[in-house]
Design a protein. Structure first.
Length: 608
């Protein structure tokens, strides 16, 4: 497409378009992706959400442009681009209600009578693009409610919108999935029983429960009744499973009111909505399901686990296990406390296997049998001891020099769990000797850590004293050199500047600058060493002293470079008329490669 024609279409300027000598029909001008001038104009309309966009046109000018172009070339109305998008698809996608009105009116105007015009409009609205999306799909997906109302006005209540390619998304499901309750209401008001299917076997009710929208859930239930509550997706999840997983209490109440039997439905793993709510620690949903269907607590999953088994799994959810407390504290559900799964594990076995979060209120009932064995001939305390040792080995491998935190965590966990393992007044000793052995090894590691810290403090103290002596020496020398000028000062009252330095050469000026720089850097190192003793001990701030020592060392090494340069420039100023001046400067400058070599060899020994 000619760039001038493209620019005129983007700006909606029909006069500019007519100025060109166009020998071909307007429908023969299109871009690489088969976009016509109508597609370009609609896509270029500026909206408030794009304040920085330029080169487009306003909605009113675009509507006039589209109307005039369609009058000249009606075939552009249904002309599709490479994605099979008609101008109506584009206008609906971007929410341009005025353009939608122009396109619909033009389609009706082309027909001879009213009935054929209605049918032609329905056909245009029902056209599918490559994704099998209609213009209504596009308007719903981007929440353009005015366009949706316009399109729904042009179809009757029996009009059928096919599902698209993107997972069988019907308009009702698409509106519910995107969380647009107003669009859901518009669709339900227009159609008596619109299609509600979605991808993966889900329905619009699944989507409404996912968003936790009470109004949207209620509207769908009132239209389709309780039968839709029982429809499960490919994983066996009903809308109640979805609401339980996300803790949506209002949809949960509505779903149970329309059909209590949905609380007993299992997913592919045999879990009910109560299993899901308890495992996710959704306390309000757990309480609501138990109050409406108390006997559903007896349902077990494919592994033989009841809701309490899943409620004590604390590996993922770090909040207090309120859902588990709700189940165990209900007197009618005490039979769940010692119920075994397929592996013979009670809820207490599971709790000891997932003890990342301890709560002394959990499973503390005297009805809990703490000596019961599973099919591996392990009781709960043996499982806990094994997990404790695994935790110790994992943390020890992660960090050799952090045994203090490991020891404290191990002791607190062990002491806390012991409070729950009394049987007939006697503390269980299973695995206690192994724990004590591990504690002894940890204490040895702590002693090694403290010995290493003490040695480190001594070494850093010796280094600090050496640095302070060298820094004070450099400060003294550079200060003396700055006060006692080479070759003295100008004397006599008859001189215009008595007491000033005799030298005025460039080398002398360089000496003054480098001498002052060396004095400043060495003084900074001294200041840091005076500040270091006020830093707290290494046990509370283990890296702060080392960091300040490293900074002071950097200042000290940096002060040595301008000190040598000061000597070189001063020597050259005094001996600039002698041949020995150059030789002396070369000898002095050899200090720098020596300094680089020393730093390269010693850099691994500098404190980290």
């Amino acid at each position: 497409m000619d760039p001038k024609i493209y620019e005129a279409a983007a700006k909606g300027n029909l006069e500019a378009l007519q100025q060109y000598d166009i020998s071909h029909p307007l429908d023969e001008f299109f871009t690489v992706n088969k976009n016509t001038i109508v597609h370009i104009c609609i896509s270029s309309i500026l909206v408030e959400e794009e304040p920085l966009a330029t080169g487009g046109t306003d909605s009113a000018s675009a509507a006039n442009f589209v109307k005039d172009v369609l009058d000249k070339c009606p075939t552009l109305l249904l002309k599709a681009n490479a994605d099979n998008d008609t101008p109506l698809h584009v206008a609906a996608r971007y929410g341009h209600a005025s353009i939608v009105t122009v396109l619909i009116e033009h389609q009706k105007f082309q027909c001879q009578d009213l009935e054929s015009g209605v049918e032609a409009t329905k056909e245009m609205i029902g056209k599918l693009n490559k994704e099998r999306d209609t213009a209504l799909h596009e308007a719903i997906r981007h929440n353009h409610i005015e366009v949706v109302k316009q399109l729904l006005m042009e179809v009757d209540s029996e009009f059928s919108f096919d599902a698209n390619v993107g997972g069988s998304e019907n308009p009702l499901y698409l509106a519910a999935e995107r969380g647009f309750p107003d669009l859901v209401s518009e669709i339900l008001n227009k159609f008596e029983y619109p299609a509600y299917d979605g991808p993966l076997g889900r329905t619009a009710l699944h989507a409404a429960a996912f968003w936790g929208d009470e109004g949207m859930t209620k509207n769908i239930l009132e239209r389709y009744g309780g039968d839709l509550c029982k429809q499960a997706d490919q994983n066996g999840w009903t809308p109640l499973h979805m609401a339980a997983y996300l803790g949506c209490i209002e949809p949960t109440k509505l779903l149970l009111q329309y059909g209590r039997e949905v609380a007993y439905m299992k997913d592919a793993e045999g879990r009910t909505a109560l299993h899901i709510a308890a495992h996710c620690n959704q306390k309000e949903v757990t309480k609501e399901i138990i109050s409406m269907c108390p006997d559903c607590c007896e349902v077990v999953d494919n592994k033989g686990r009841n809701a309490l088994h899943l409620a004590v799994h604390l590996t993922k959810y770090k909040s207090p296990p309120i859902a588990a407390l709700i189940i165990q504290d209900k007197s009618s559900l005490r039979n769940l406390l010692n119920q075994k799964d397929n592996d013979g594990n009670t809820p207490l076995h599971h709790y000891c296997n997932y003890f990342n979060l301890y709560d002394e209120r959990l499973l503390n009932s005297p009805r809990v049998d703490k000596m019961v064995f599973n099919k591996k001939n392990e009781n709960a305390h043996q499982i806990y001891t094994s997990k404790s040792l695994q935790l110790y080995e994992k943390n020890k491998e992660y960090s050799r020099f952090s045994p203090i935190n490991i020891l404290q965590k191990e002791q607190s966990l062990f002491e806390a769990k012991n409070n729950s393992f009394y049987f007939n007044g006697r503390l269980l000793k299973v695995g206690y000797d192994e724990i004590e052995k591990r504690k002894t090894e940890q204490e040895a590691d702590v002693e090694e850590w403290e010995k290493w810290e003490k040695q480190k403090d001594e070494e850093e103290g010796n280094a600090a004293r050496a640095q302070l002596v060298v820094a004070a020496l450099i400060t003294t020398v550079t200060f003396a050199a700055g006060i006692n000028m080479p070759r003295g000062f100008i004397g006599g009252d008859d001189h215009p500047h008595p007491g000033s330095a005799i030298f005025k050469s460039a080398a002398f000026k360089a000496f003054i600058i480098t001498d002052a720089l060396s004095l400043m850097l060495s003084s900074s190192a001294i200041f840091l060493h005076l500040f270091i003793p006020f830093i707290p001990s290494a046990k509370s701030m283990p890296k702060e002293r080392t960091r300040f020592l490293k900074i002071a060392l950097g200042f000290l090494l940096s002060s040595m470079v301008p000190m040598v340069l000061a000597f070189v420039t001063c020597t050259y100023a005094l001996l600039e008329h002698s041949n020995i001046a150059i030789s002396t400067c070369i000898i002095c400058l050899s200090f720098f490669p020596i300094l680089v070599y020393i730093f390269k060899e010693m850099r691994w020994y500098v404190p980290n």
